[in-house]
Write a protein that binds this ligand. Structure first.
Ligand code: AMP
Length: 397
């Protein structure tokens, strides 16, 4: 899919118009409702500032958490309105609902350069079920729709896909950055092109592996998904994550890599634990020597070195998924080593959202990466070449 033919905020006239801007304000809150990490809001500010500078009447819309279709004050977007008010130095009017009386009243009286925020769109079941009536009502609040919530573009929800059917639409700067960086890398990668895949399951990443095999020079597989491949090679993997119904698939992938001349790197040693527990007894063993009753929870030191060496010479690196249970300090070393190697490689680097992005940020390598995606699922789907409904729905240039 080529999304670069989609209209951007710069292609539409917004002066004096009510613009519904779908953002991803799904920020973590502490028990007192304070925002503990405002990164997602900060990343939306470029589009917000642009629209306001062009005289839009701005209606912000987002989800927060999983209120499961019910109004739940715990998931109110009020703290977000307060935060944006401070950043902008002007009031962000908070609606008490999404499409109800309060939202209608506030949005209809907005003046140029003013901002309001609708309540959590997931207070309605109709959001995730992409109910056309709900989408239509949401659309009726505005004249134009802009989507900048990349992290939800892989889902056809009312505020991402449904609403775009009823209004002229465009993408914001955040989405533009995501699609332009990813298109550049996938269509014209600086070689050697290396992709590193990790995370829990092979089954979640089959599509991505298959699609990347067509493009990369080297494919590195670590994390929980590596054990299915190791088992397919005939190694015993103890109690490690292993999808026994995917062994043939793993064999086919390895054969296909060979046929296409893609170098496939798997762990040569692993850090194994006795139990799935952050403090479990641990040891490093070679890939073909995982003892019965032990589970692989990280790549080992030799593997970290092997992967780092490969990454060193890369022209382009695309990374998605941790090399082990990186949430636990004892099993985070492999993920740290990969993050460090990418940061030091000087390669064009794209980090998928989720755990790999969190590791890069926690380690302070974020500014060394070309692009850290704001959406794990959405960026995987882009890599896979599968359509993202929230992008497909936007108006073409
Ligand atoms: P994903 O969402 O597929 O990228 O997977 C991320 C999750 O995979 C993280 O929560 C990790 O803890 C988990 N993970 C990575 N490696 C392993 C492993 N060897 N065993 C169990 N879980 C793992």
């Amino acid at each position: 899919m080529n999304y670069l033919n989609k209209k951007t905020v710069e292609d539409i006239d917004v002066a004096g118009k009510k613009v519904l801007l779908r953002c991803d304000f799904n920020v973590p809150l502490d028990a007192n409702g304070n925002i503990t990490d405002a990164k997602r809001i900060n990343e939306s500010m470029k589009t917000i500032n642009y629209l306001l500078s062009k005289g839009a009447k701005l209606i912000l819309c987002s989800h927060l958490g999983r209120p499961k279709g019910k109004v739940d004050p715990k998931f109110s977007l009020k703290p977000v309105a307060e935060y944006i008010s401070k950043v902008l130095g002007k009031e962000v009017k908070m609606a008490e609902d999404v499409i109800g009386e309060s939202a209608q009243k506030i949005t209809s009286s907005l003046k140029e350069g003013e901002v309001c925020l609708l309540e959590n769109v997931r207070f309605h079941d109709e959001e995730t079920s992409n109910d056309p009536e709900f989408a239509k009502k949401l659309a009726s609040l505005a004249d134009v729709y802009v989507n900048d919530a990349f992290g939800t573009c892989h889902r056809a929800h009312a505020s991402t896909e449904g609403v775009a059917k009823y209004l002229p639409s465009a993408c914001g700067y955040l989405i533009l950055k995501e699609i332009s960086t990813m298109s550049e890398v996938l269509n014209n990668p600086k070689r050697p092109f290396i992709s590193i895949l990790g995370g829990a399951k092979v089954s979640d990443k089959i599509g991505v592996i298959t699609s990347l095999l067509e493009k990369v020079d080297t494919l590195i597989i670590g994390g929980g998904m590596a054990y299915t491949f190791m088992n397919a090679l005939g190694y015993s993997v103890g109690t490690s994550l292993c999808e026994s119904d995917k062994l043939d698939l793993a064999k086919n992938i390895m054969a296909s890599a060979k046929e296409k001349g893609v170098k496939l790197l798997l762990p040569v040693d692993n850090k194994v634990g006795l139990e799935y527990d952050p403090n479990t007894e641990a040891q490093i063993v070679d890939a073909d020597k995982i003892p019965d009753g032990w589970m692989g929870l990280d790549i080992g030191t030799k593997t970290a070195q092997l992967f780092s060496e490969a990454i060193k010479g890369a022209g382009t690196v695309v990374w998605n998924g941790p090399m082990g249970v990186s949430e636990w300090e004892r099993f985070a070393n492999g993920t740290i080593a990969v993050a460090k190697a990418i940061a030091e490689s000087g390669a064009i680097s794209i980090i998928g959202g989720g755990d790999s992005a969190a590791a890069v940020e926690k380690l302070g390598f974020a500014d060394k990466m070309t692009h850290i995606s704001t959406g794990g699922g959405a960026s995987l789907q882009l890599l896979e070449g599968k359509p993202l409904p929230g992008l497909v729905a936007l108006s073409d240039k």
